[in-house]
Design a protein. Structure first.
Length: 423
C-alpha cells in the first residue's frame, strides 16, 4: 500500500512538472522574442507645401543612415513608418496619434516645423513616447516648458543667431540693421536672438518686416527696406530664401545693402537653386557641408552618392537624430521597451561621431555644440558655405545665466517692444 501511494505521488509530480514546463516556456518566450522584435520608428515629415523641400532632405538623411546600417540599429531590424503632416498643425497631431495608437511606434523622429512640435507637445507628454527633433527649434520645448519625452538633435531657433548678432556688430562692424523674416515662431525667435546680441554689442535694429510663410512675392517688402541700414538680416525657412534673394537681386539691392542670413535661409539644400545673388552672404548655423572632419566627409560623400546634393540643415538633423537613437539603444542593449531607461540614456548621449563635431545635451535636452559663421562662396562650380569662424560649445542660453534667461519671456514677434524701433 505504501509503495502504491509513493508511486501515485511520483506520478503526480511528473504530471505537475510536465504541466509546468509549457507554462515556464510561455513566460520565457515572449521575453526573449521582445528583444528580437522590429524597432518601430515613426517619422513625421512634410511632403507638400512651402516646407516640402526640407521634408525631402530630412527623409534623405534618415534613409542614408538606415542604408549604411543595413536597416538595423543595435541588433534590431527597423520598421519605418512615414507620416506626411503637410505642414499643418492639426494634421501633425492626427498623424502623431496614428503613429502611436495604430502603428505602435517606439520612438518618433520629427516633426519639421516649430509650430508642428508645439501642436503635438501635450499629446506626447500624455502618451509618453520618446521624440527626437531633427528640425523643430521652438525655444520653449527645451526652456520654460521642457518636455521630459523630447530631445533635440538640433539647436533652438535663436542659438546660432546669438553668435551671428555678435559677429555682425563686433567683426563686420555693422551699426544699423533691418530685419525681414517669416511670420511664424521660427522667424520670430531667430530675429529676436539676433537682435538681442547685435544690440548688446553696439548695433541697432531699426526696422522689422514680417512676411507670411506662403508669400508669393517679396517685392512690396523689399520696397519698404530702410535705405540707410548697413545690412539686412533675412530669416527664412524652406524655399523662401531662394525667392527672396532672387527678387532682392532683381530690385538692384544686392550691390547696395548686404544680406545676413539665418541657417535655413542659406542652407545647402537650397543653395543649389540659387545663383550669384547668394555669393558673399554671411550666415550662422551648427552645420556646414564644408566642415573638415572624417565623419562629415563620409556623410557628405554618402549624400552626394545617393542624392547628388550636399547635406544641410534638414538632412543633418535627421541623420543626427538617428545617431542619437542608435547610441541610446546601445546603452540600453536594444531595450527600447523600458521607456524610462531609454529616455535617460537618450538624454545623456555624448556624441563623438556626428558630422558636425562632438556635442552633448544640456539638462533640458538641447545640444551644446559648435556654431559656425559661414560665407557663401562658389567653389568648383557650385555654391558652398565656407566656415569663416567657429564659436565652440554654444549653449541655448548663449553666455547668459540659465536662471536669468528663463526668467524672461520666450522670444517673440514683439521682442523688444515696437516703440523701441525707429519708424
Amino acid at each position: 500500500m505504501i509503495k502504491s501511494l509513493l508511486a501515485r505521488i511520483a506520478s503526480m509530480s511528473v504530471l505537475a512538472a510536465s504541466m509546468a514546463a509549457p507554462l515556464v516556456a510561455s513566460i520565457a518566450v515572449p521575453a526573449q522574442a521582445a528583444s528580437n522584435d522590429p524597432l518601430r520608428v515613426g517619422f513625421l515629415t512634410i511632403r507638400s507645401g512651402a516646407l516640402a523641400a526640407g521634408g525631402k532632405q530630412m527623409e534623405d538623411g534618415l534613409r542614408l543612415f538606415l542604408k549604411e546600417r543595413n536597416n538595423m540599429i543595435a541588433g534590431r531590424k527597423v520598421e519605418l513608418f512615414i507620416a506626411d503632416t503637410s505642414g499643418q498643425p492639426a494634421i501633425t497631431k492626427s498623424k502623431a496619434q496614428e503613429l502611436v495608437e495604430k502603428d505602435k511606434v517606439h520612438v518618433i523622429i520629427g516633426p519639421l516645423a516649430a509650430f508642428e512640435a508645439l501642436a503635438i507637445d501635450d499629446y506626447i507628454r500624455k502618451v509618453q513616447v520618446p521624440i527626437i527633433s531633427p528640425s523643430a527649434a521652438a525655444e520653449d520645448l527645451t526652456q520654460r516648458k521642457p518636455d521630459p519625452w523630447f530631445v533635440r538633435a538640433v539647436g533652438t531657433s535663436a542659438q546660432p543667431m546669438h553668435a551671428l548678432g555678435e559677429y555682425a556688430a563686433k567683426e563686420l562692424g555693422y551699426k544699423r540693421i533691418a530685419i525681414i523674416a517669416d511670420d511664424f515662431a521660427f522667424g520670430h525667435e531667430t530675429a529676436a536672438g539676433f537682435q538681442r546680441t547685435f544690440e548688446e554689442n553696439g548695433g541697432k535694429v531699426v526696422q522689422k518686416l514680417w512676411s507670411p510663410l506662403n508669400v508669393a512675392d517679396y517685392g512690396t517688402y523689399i520696397g519698404q527696406i530702410n535705405g540707410k541700414v548697413d545690412a539686412v538680416f533675412a530669416s527664412f525657412a524652406g524655399g523662401n530664401g531662394v525667392k527672396f534673394l532672387k527678387q532682392y537681386n532683381e530690385y538692384g539691392m544686392k550691390g547696395k545693402i548686404p544680406v545676413l542670413g539665418s541657417m535655413t535661409g542659406m542652407d545647402e539644400g537650397i543653395l543649389k537653386s540659387m545663383g550669384d545673388e547668394a555669393v558673399g552672404i554671411v550666415s550662422a548655423g551648427w552645420y556646414a557641408a564644408t566642415i573638415d572632419n572624417p565623419n562629415n566627409k563620409k556623410f557628405v560623400a554618402g549624400m552626394n552618392a545617393e542624392y547628388k546634393s550636399d547635406p544641410g540643415y534638414y538632412s543633418i538633423g535627421a541623420y543626427t537624430s538617428a545617431l542619437m537613437l542608435e547610441q541610446a539603444l546601445k546603452e540600453t542593449k536594444g531595450n527600447i521597451e523600458d521607456k524610462q531607461a531609454f529616455m535617460a540614456a537618450l538624454r545623456n548621449v555624448q556624441m563623438t561621431n556626428d558630422p558636425r563635431g562632438s556635442f552633448k545635451l544640456d539638462a533640458l535636452g538641447n545640444p551644446v555644440m559648435n556654431v559656425y559663421i559661414r560665407k557663401v562662396e562658389r567653389k568648383n562650380g557650385k555654391l558652398v558655405n565656407t566656415v569663416v569662424k567657429t564659436y565652440p560649445n554654444v549653449s541655448q542660453f548663449w553666455t547668459y545665466s540659465q536662471k536669468d534667461f528663463l526668467a524672461s519671456p520666450v522670444y517673440s514677434r514683439d521682442y523688444p517692444q515696437a516703440k523701441n524701433l525707429e519708424k
